[in-house]
Design a protein around this ligand. Structure first.
Ligand code: PGA
Length: 247
C-alpha cells in the first residue's frame, strides 16, 4: 500500500558533470516501480529536473522558514518549487548540528515546503551518546513530535530515521535496532494522525550501501532509504534502487 522510495542526498556535492550520473540513474529508475528522489545542491535543481524528467523526483536539501526577504544566501521553498523541485529535505542532522536547527525550526521549514506543494522529507535521529545512554526512543519520540507539523499527512511528508552515528561512518544499527525505531515511529504517527499515520513512508538512512540494502529493506516498517555517499554514483545507487524494488 505504501510506495517504496529510494532517496539520495547529494549534500554539498555535484556540478554539471555529475548530471551524467543522474542520467544513468534515470535509465534504471524508469524500469522500476520504486519511487526515486535525489536531493541535489540548489544550484543543480533546474538542470537535474531537465535531465531526470518524470523518472526521478528532484528535491532541495533545506529551505528557509520565510517565503522571501533579507536572508542573504538562504533559499526559500518557493524558490525550490520554482526551480522544479517536488521535495525538500528538512532537519538533516548536519543542518541541526552545523546551523543549530531545532525541532521547531524543522517543523516551520516543513510547513514552508507544504505551502509550496513540496513533500517534506523530515530527518530525525539519535546521537551515539543518546543511544548508549538508552535514550533512543525518547529522543526519537521528541524529535518526531516536534519536527512534524500538525498539517503533515502521509501524502506530504516522509520521515527519515538517520542515527547520527551511522551517517557517513560505515556503521549501521542492527536490524533489530532499526526495526525497534521504525515500529516505534509508526505507532507514534498512528497515535497522532490516526489511520493516516500508516500512510507516511519511513526511510532508514546512514551508511546504506548495495551490500547492506537487501537486509535493511526486509525490516518491518522500512519503506526505503535516504542515501548519502552511495547516491553519488549510479553504479551504487542503481543497485540500491533494484534491491528496494525487489524487496
Ligand atoms: P550516508 O549519509 O549514506 O553517507 O551515511 C546518509 C545521509 O546523511 O542522508
Amino acid at each position: 500500500m505504501r510506495r517504496k522510495l529510494a532517496a539520495g542526498n547529494w549534500k554539498m556535492n555535484g556540478t554539471a558533470a555529475d548530471l551524467a550520473e543522474l542520467e544513468a540513474m534515470k535509465a534504471a529508475a524508469a524500469t522500476k516501480q520504486t519511487d526515486v528522489l535525489i536531493g541535489t545542491p540548489a544550484t543543480l535543481i533546474s538542470r537535474a529536473v531537465a535531465t531526470a524528467g518524470d523518472a526521478i523526483a528532484i528535491g532541495g536539501q533545506d529551505c528557509h522558514t520565510n517565503a522571501s526577504g533579507a536572508h542573504t544566501g538562504d533559499i526559500s521553498a518557493s524558490m525550490l518549487a520554482d526551480a522544479g523541485a517536488s521535495h525538500v529535505i528538512t532537519g538533516h542532522s548536519e543542518r541541526r548540528v552545523d546551523h543549530g536547527e531545532t525541532d521547531a525550526i524543522v517543523a516551520a521549514k516543513s510547513e514552508a515546503g507544504y505551502a509550496n506543494d513540496l513533500t517534506a522529507v523530515i530527518c530525525i535521529g539519535e546521537s551515539l551518546e543518546e543511544r548508549e545512554a538508552g535514550q533512543t526512543l525518547d529522543v526519537i519520540g521528541t524529535q518526531l513530535a516536534g519536527s512534524t507539523p500538525a498539517a503533515a499527512t502521509g501524502a506530504n511528508t516522509v520521515i527519515a530515521y538517520e542515527p547520527v552515528w551511522a551517517i557517513g561512518t560505515g556503521k549501521v544499527p542492527t536490524l533489530e535496532q532499526i526495526a525497534e525505531v521504525h515500529d516505534f515511529m509508526r505507532s507514534q504517527l498512528v497515535e497522532r494522525f490516526g489511520e493516516d499515520g500508516n500512510a507516511f513512508r519511513l526511510l532508514y538512512g546512514g551508511s546504506v550501501k548495495p551490500s547492506n540494502a537487501n537486509e535493511i529493506f526486509a525490516v518491518s516498517n522500512v519503506d526505503g532509504a535516504l542515501v548519502g555517499g552511495a547516491s553519488l554514483k549510479a553504479s551504487d545507487f542503481n543497485a540500491i534502487i533494484t534491491a528496494l524494488d525487489e524487496a
